[in-house]
Design a protein around this ligand. Structure first.
Ligand code: HT7
Ligand code: ZN
Length: 876
């Protein structure tokens, strides 16, 4: 496959002002008639042929300005349509294609999901519906007529506003006509047709527009759509208040489908969702699901301004919409819930997904410079690191200049397909700052490391802080330049934060130091006692911090720091250090005991004093870094079994230290009355269930009884699933009984059974591989549904010890599934292959096995571009 390069970008030679689509839906023979109003682009080449994109298409008819075209005037194939000598003026083209939605297993373009017609066009799925200039900088006004059998598809939806509906005389069919006045790229086109139930609500925007909001779901599921609709209303108000953005159509529809390659899609006025991120009631969704639904509904809605009204010039600019929109949804959730707890959760995700991507062969810049398959760049780096870059920008230029920069961006770039350069120019202007160095965040891959050390001079009452940065090499970028790193900091004394005074006062008066060269030294004056430096407060830069504080200082920081994030981080650092030491090859695990005792004491004291004040925060404090985070910290010759054993030992020891207070605390945390999804209630359940997990490890017999009791008496999925998850830590008959009970209780609930599949796939025992193979034959599983695959096979691939079995059987199993799945759904297959991204850090035996499995995939004939791209880059 050819490499597509950012530097090769050229404007389109042709523009398409309007598109009139007439789509006659049929399960296997859908007819698409497309009338395009084309004209030469003044910015393009005037003598160019017209080359329209296609993918697996069959041309049925073609005419120019209403006249059928002679066969010599064009060339048409499944992958494109070329007009050799188009007129050098505006003209219309009418193209008829026929497609087979039922046969579309790639779930890109028009497909069927449980009898519902739906589309997914980002990044390049529109070309699977009709020949088109399928690139984001070609923006057109769409009018869409949909026609279908009334019985099969009583609901017919597309983008924009509904203009007309009616019967097709003399048939069992009907039609709906939609018009979207906002020019948009083809990737935002969508249609839905099917028998769907819905819930609806009227909404009036801050600028007075009446909007009909609706959430469509499979028949019988409307009772589970309320939370999504409620979240939609809240995020619309929030965007008005915080970003001054109003909605701009008369309708906003959300549709949930059960077969979807990703989480959701922001099609203009018609967001299509994976039903996992819409459907919620207390019996079938967890607190985590409620939070994800709220966040993803907001994310897709926020795209209306950051993505749709202002879209991307080309796919290299993907982070322009994705990073910014993730930042916006994170801020929304922070305001709706607890800001510090949200930040901690986001940083956990960033470290586990993005830092690991950055540390391996698939590392790439936030704005990649080249790609073979764009679908492989919807990554944690583009999304999560992209959001961190926006967050840093806000810290660097301040809230006020950030807000003015955003306003300028909305004003200046509205209706355009923009670039990162245009985005940054708005903030350079609003802040009066030169952001050219900061822009390196978009170009340079890898996670910077900050090495910090401090010296206290008691006589001079001076504390000197030395900071240095470096970024490790990544594929194609051997040499790294210094980054602009905003380091929020404080000095923590015995009574809390000390005042920050420097001789020049050039730095740090406001607790912000910008490390933008290789190193920096700052002297703080008037420091009356030896302080503990609290660096990267709120995780102010996506970097690794190396700071050698003693265990005693970290414990002190945990109790005294005014920054909640760094309080949490202090205990994480203690645990990480101990686990790294104990998990290294040939390590002596004896040292772990002392740390376990210290941590146990600290946590016991903390729970006694603070747990009920902020249970959600306490739950985060109790949760150790994941074994995979420890593996990344160790970084080479990793032995997953050793790390896992150390992790288990530390968790068990902490559980033992907390046992005496466990049952009293669990009782005190019990939520009274019927289930409520609010974040305070969720926080109490989170801490209670964290304690249940520790009980299962520290006192398995009693723990198993607690799990059984919680499962049988629990009135919500959060508690019942937590009981199952804790029970999976306790091998034996009781576990198997609860697993069976769970399946019985939730038979017929595919989204709940996904969690059941995943809980089993994550069991850290050698029998898991066989269990997973068997579960593949369970009626709840299907290789054809992405959610099922991600739950069972993705769950297994995330199981550190079992995916990375020393005998290589885990790798072989996943590789075989990738190869099989590639024939039907390359996107899901290539994401699964991404599970191999950390193979190079393993000890030699496992490394060899992983390399062999990757080689097996890479050598398979007729691989998709998606899978071959990942295999090649992983092996390079
Ligand atoms: N913008 C959406 C991306 C997306 C997608 C990309 C490739 C293949 C399928 C897809 N479904 C959705 C999701 C988002 O970030 O909002
Ligand atoms: Zn997005």
């Amino acid at each position: 496959a050819p490499l597509i390069r950012l530097e090769d970008y050229r404007p389109s030679d042709w523009l398409i002002d309007t598109v009139d689509l007439d789509i006659s839906l049929h399960p296997t023979q859908t007819r698409v008639r497309s009338l395009l109003a084309l004209r030469p682009n003044p910015a393009g080449q005037t003598d160019a042929p017209l080359v329209l994109d296609g993918d697996e298409l069959a041309l049925k008819a073609l005419s120019l300005d209403g006249e059928p075209l002679d066969a010599s005037a064009y060339a048409a194939g499944p992958q494109g349509l070329t007009l050799h000598a188009p007129p050098r003026r505006g003209f219309t083209l009418t193209i008829e294609t026929e497609i087979d939605p039922a046969a579309n297993t790639k779930l890109m373009g028009l497909y069927r999901s449980s009898r519902v017609y739906c589309t997914q066009c980002e990044a390049d799925g529109f070309r699977r519906i009709t020949y088109f200039l399928d690139r984001p900088d070609v923006m057109s006004v769409y009018t869409v007529r949909l026609e279908a059998a009334k019985a099969e598809a009583p609901v017919l939806l597309s983008n924009g506003n509904l203009v007309a509906t009616g019967e097709v005389p003399g048939s069992d069919r009907h039609f709906a006509l939609w018009h979207d006045p906002h020019p948009k790229p083809a990737y935002l086109f969508a249609l839905v047709g099917g028998a769907l139930d819905h819930v609806r609500q009227d909404y009036v925007t801050a600028d007075g527009r009446k909007v009909e909001l609706a959430v469509y779901v499979e028949p019988g599921k409307a009772g589970r759509a309320g939370w999504a609709l409620d979240s939609l209303v809240r995020c619309m108000r929030w965007d008005e208040k915080v970003f001054g953005r109003n909605y701009d159509l008369d309708v906003f529809n959300v549709v949930a489908v059960s077969d979807f390659n990703m989480g959701a899609m922001e099609n203009k006025g018609l967001n299509i969702f994976n039903d996992k991120y819409v459907l919620a009631d207390p019996q079938t969704a967890t607190d985590g699901d409620y939070a994800s639904i709220e966040a993803i509904i907001a994310h897709e809605y926020f795209h209306n301004w950051t993505g749709n009204r202002i879209t991307c010039r080309d796919w290299f600019q993907l982070c322009l919409k994705e990073g910014l929109t993730v930042f916006r949804d994170q801020e929304f959730s922070s305001d709706e819930r607890s800001r510090p707890v949200k930040r901690i959760a986001d940083v956990r995700t960033l470290r586990s997904t993005q830092f690991s991507e950055d540390a391996g062969p698939l590392a790439h810049p936030v704005r990649p410079r080249a790609y073979k398959e764009i679908n492989n760049f919807y990554t944690p780096t583009v999304y999560e690191k992209g959001a961190e870059v926006i967050r840093m920008l806000k810290v660097l230029i301040g809230d006020d200049a950030f807000k003015r920069g955003m306003d300028l961006y909305f004003e200046r770039c509205d209706g355009t397909a923009a670039t990162i350069e245009e985005f940054l120019a708005c903030f350079a202007e609003s802040s009066g700052r030169d952001l050219s160095h900061f822009a390196r965040w978009y170009e340079q891959a890898g996670t910077p490391a900050i090495v910090a050390s401090g010296r206290y001079d008691a006589a001079e009452q001076r504390y000197t802080l030395d900071l240095a940065q470096s970024t490790p090499p990544t594929p194609g970028q051997a040499e790294k330049e210094p980054m602009v790193l905003p380091v929020r900091l404080g000095l923590v004394g015995t009574e809390g934060d000390l005042p920050l005074r420097t001789q020049s006062n050039a730095y740090a008066g406001d607790g912000l130091v910008v490390l933008d060269g290789p190193s920096l030294s700052i002297a703080f004056e008037g420091v009356t006692e030896p302080p503990i430096p609290s660096l990267l407060r709120g995780f102010s830069a996506p970097a690794r911090l190396e700071l050698d504080l003693s265990e005693a200082d970290l414990l002190r920081q945990f109790t005294r720091d005014s920054d909640s994030f760094n309080r949490w981080q202090a205990l994480q650092s203690i645990a990480t250090r101990a686990l790294v030491a104990a998990g290294r090859p040939g390590a002596d695990s004896g040292a772990l005991g002392a740390t376990a005792a210290e941590l146990g004491r600290a946590l016991d004291g903390f729970l006694a004093a603070d747990a009920l004040a902020d249970p959600a925060f306490a739950a985060q404090v109790l949760r150790l870094p994941a074994p995979a985070d420890i593996a990344r910290e160790i970084g080479k010759a990793v032995d997953p079994d050793a790390i896992f054993a150390a992790h288990r030992a530390l968790s068990t020891a902490i559980g033992s230290a907390l046992l005496p207070r466990l049952s009293g605390l669990r009782q005190a945390l019990e939520t009274k009355g019927p289930y409520r999804a609010d974040s305070a209630s969720a926080g109490r359940r989170a801490l209670r269930n964290e304690l249940l997990g520790l009980a299962a490890l520290a006192a398995p017999a009693d723990g198993a009884a607690l799990c059984e009791q919680q499962f049988e008496t629990g009135d919500n999925l959060t508690d019942r699933l937590a009981a199952l998850a804790a029970m999976t830590l306790i091998p034996g008959e009781r576990r198997e009984r609860l697993i069976a009970r769970f399946a019985e209780a939730y038979a017929g609930e595919p989204l709940v059974l996904d969690k059941w599949l995943m809980a089993q796939a994550l069991i850290a025992e050698p029998a898991t591989l066989e269990r997973v193979r068997e579960l593949m034959r369970h009626p709840a599983f299907s290789l054809g549904n992405p959610n099922r695959v991600r739950a069972l096979i993705g769950g297994f691939a995330a199981n550190l010890t079992q995916f990375n079995r020393a005998d290589g059987a885990g790798y072989g199993f996943v590789a075989d599934i990738v190869i099989a799945l590639d024939r039907t759904n390359p996107q899901v297959a290539s994401r699964l292959l991404g599970s191999f991204k950390s193979w190079r850090m393993l000890e030699p035996g496992r490394r060899r096995q992983a390399q062999e499995a990757l080689g097996l995939v890479a050598r398979t004939p007729n691989l998709s571009r998606d899978v071959s791209d990942i295999a090649e880059r992983a092996l390079a």
